[in-house]
Ligand binder design. Structure first.
Ligand SMILES: Cc1cc2nc3c(=O)[nH]c(=O)nc-3n(C[C@H](O)[C@H](O)[C@H](O)COP(=O)(O)OP(=O)(O)OC[C@H]3O[C@@H](n4cnc5c(N)ncnc54)[C@H](O)[C@@H]3O)c2cc1C
Ligand code: HEM
Length: 403
C-alpha cells in the first residue's frame, strides 16, 4: 500500500506526465532496447517508428498516476493490455527489466527534479501495478491453456491457401503444422503471428484478426498490404513480406487467439458492425459465426472503403445479404457512381443510415483507422447511443483518448 505522502508525490508528477509523457516513454524504449536488444524480437518495431507504442505507454502511465488512489478503475484497460502481452508471451521476469528501465528513465528525464523520495514512490507504485498485471496475465495464460486445441508459445502454422480478396487484401489460411486441432476463438479475436526478418536480424510479431468463423481446422487471416506514401512513410515490413515473399507451403508462427473485442453473446439484441477499410476482418468472423447459429440476431453492417477495387469479401457478404433477411449490408465508397444497390457515395456518415442502425438493445462494434473510430464513436454518441453498448478495436497500440 502506498502512503499518503507517496500518493501525493505520484500525483505531483501528473502535470509533467501530461505534458512530457511521450518524451519519457521514448527515452525509456531507447534505453531498454540499448541495454536489452533481445527485446526487439518481442516488440513491433513499426509501432516504435511511428511512435504509437510510446504514445500508448505514455497514456497508460499517466492514467495510472491519475488514478493512483483507485487503480481498480483501470481494469478494463489492463485487461486489454494483458491480452496483448499474453499474445506476445510476456513473462513475469520481464517486468523487472521494464521496471528498472522505467525508473531510470524517470530519473534521467526529470534530472534534478527527481528526488530520492519520488523515485522510491514510483518504484513502489510500479511494483503494485506489475503485480496486478502479472496476476492478471497468469490467469489469462491458465484460462487459454485449458481450452481444447490450445497451445503455449509460438506454434508453427503452414499457409495452405493464399487468396487475393481485393487489390490490396490477401487471405492466408493457416493450418497447424502438427496436424492437430486449433482452439475455438471468440469471433473478433486476433492472432499474434511472427516471422524472422533477415534484413533486421530479428523476429517481428504482428497481430491479425481472425477473419473466419470458429470451429475450423484452420484460422484465416486477411492482410492489407501497407504501401508507403512518400518519404515519411515506408512500406509496411510484415504485410509486404506476407504478400510478396510467403506463399502456400510456407510457415509462420502464431500464439493462441487473443483479444477482448468479441461478440457479446449475453445480449441477444441486434448487432451493428461499422468498419473502415481493413477494419472489416474481425466482422467477417462475427458474420460467419452468426450465419451458422440457429438463434437469429438482426445484423446491420456499415462498411466504408475507397472503392470496389479494395473492397475484400464483397461478393461473399453481398451473397449473404441476399440470402438472409436478418442481415443488411450498406457500403460507402469514396469513389463510385452511387448507382449500385446498397452503395452510398462518400465517407461513412452514420447519420445517413440512422434509420437502419438505431435499434433498441443493439450493440455497436467499430473497427477501422483511428480517425474513423473517433468519428464513429462521436457520431453514435450524437445519435443518442449509450456508450455502454459501443465496442471498438484500434489496429495498433491503443492511442485513442476519449476524454
Ligand atoms: C488487434 C489488431 C488486429 C489487427 N488486424 C489486422 C488485420 O486483420 N489485417 C491487417 O491487415 N492488419 C491488421 N492489424 C495491423 C497489423 O498488425 C500491422 O500493424 C499491419 O499489417 C502493418 O504491419 P507492417 O509490418 O506491414 O507495417 P510496419 O512496418 O509495422 O509499419 C506500420 C505503419 O507505419 C508506417 N511507417 C513505416 N515507417 C514509418 C516511419 N518512419 N514513420 C511513420 N510511419 C511509418 C508504415 O507505412 C505502416 O503504415 C491489426 C492490428 C491489431 C493491433
Ligand atoms: C506495468 C508495466 C507495463 C505497462 C503499463 C505496459 C503497457 C503497455 C501498453 C499500454 C501496451 C499497448 C497495448 C495496446 O493497446 O496494444 C503494451 C504493449 C506491449 N507491451 Fe507492455 N506494459 C508493461 C509491461 C511490459 C513488459 C514487462 C513487457 C515485456 C518486455 C511488455 C511488452 C509489451 C509488448 C511487446 C507490447 C506490444 C508492443 C507493440 O505491439 O508495439 N510490457 N504495454
Amino acid at each position: 500500500m502506498l502512503t499518503k505522502t507517496e500518493i501525493d508525490l505520484i500525483k505531483g508528477t501528473v502535470p509533467i506526465l501530461r505534458e512530457h509523457g511521450l518524451l519519457l516513454t521514448k527515452h525509456f524504449y531507447q534505453r531498454m532496447f540499448r541495454l536489452n536488444p533481445e527485446l526487439k524480437n518481442l516488440f513491433n518495431m513499426g509501432n516504435q517508428k511511428n511512435e504509437t507504442q510510446q504514445t500508448a505507454l505514455a497514456n497508460s502511465v499517466l492514467a495510472y498516476a491519475e488514478n493512483i488512489e483507485n487503480p481498480g478503475v483501470l481494469l478494463p484497460v489492463l485487461q486489454h493490455i494483458g491480452e496483448k502481452h499474453t499474445s506476445l508471451m510476456i513473462t513475469a521476469e520481464q517486468y523487472s527489466i521494464v521496471g528498472e528501465n522505467l525508473l531510470a528513465s524517470i530519473q534521467e528525464v526529470l534530472g534534478e527534479g527527481a528526488s530520492d523520495e519520488l523515485i522510491a514512490a514510483w518504484g513502489k507504485a510500479y511494483t503494485i501495478l506489475a503485480d496486478i498485471m502479472i496476476n492478471l496475465e497468469k490467469s489469462i495464460y491458465i484460462e487459454k491453456s485449458s481450452l481444447s486445441g490450445s497451445w503455449s508459445g509460438w506454434r508453427k502454422f503452414v499457409i495452405k491457401k493464399k487468396v487475393q480478396e481485393s487489390e490490396e487484401i490477401t487471405s492466408f489460411y493457416l493450418y497447424p503444422e502438427d496436424g492437430k486441432d486449433v482452439s475455438l476463438h471468440k469471433p473478433g479475436q486476433y492472432l499474434s503471428i511472427r516471422v524472422f526478418v533477415k534484413e533486421l536480424g530479428i523476429f517481428q510479431p504482428r497481430q491479425y484478426s481472425i477473419s473466419s468463423a470458429p470451429g475450423n481446422k484452420y484460422y484465416r487471416i486477411s492482410v492489407k498490404k501497407e504501401v508507403g506514401q512518400g518519404v515519411a512513410k515506408e512500406d509496411g515490413i510484415i504485410s509486404n513480406y506476407l504478400h510478396n515473399s510467403l506463399g502456400e507451403g510456407d510457415i509462420v508462427e502464431a500464439t493462441p487467439p487473443a483479444g477482448e473485442f468479441v461478440l457479446n453473446l449475453e445480449n441477444k439484441g441486434p448487432v451493428v458492425l461499422i468498419s473502415g477499410g481493413i477494419g472489416q476482418t474481425p466482422f467477417m468472423s462475427m458474420l460467419e459465426y452468426l450465419a451458422g447459429e440457429s438463434e437469429r440476431r438482426e445484423v446491420k453492417w456499415i462498411h466504408g472503403c475507397r472503392s470496389a477495387n479494395v473492397h475484400a469479401f464483397k461478393n461473399e457478404v453481398s451473397d449473404l445479404n441476399k440470402k438472409f433477411d436478418w442481415l443488411e449490408h450498406i457500403v460507402f465508397y469514396d469513389d463510385c457512381s452511387g448507382s449500385e444497390e446498397n452503395v452510398k457515395k462518400g465517407r461513412v456518415e452514420l447519420s445517413e443510415v440512422k434509420e437502419t442502425i438505431l435499434l433498441p438493445d443493439a450493440d455497436y462494434y467499430i473497427c477501422g483507422p483511428k480517425l474513423f473510430l473517433e468519428k464513429a464513436i462521436k457520431d453514435l454518441a450524437a445519435l443518442g447511443v449509450d456508450r455502454e453498448h459501443v465496442f471498438f478495436e484500434e489496429f495498433g497500440p491503443q492511442t485513442l483518448n476519449l476524454n
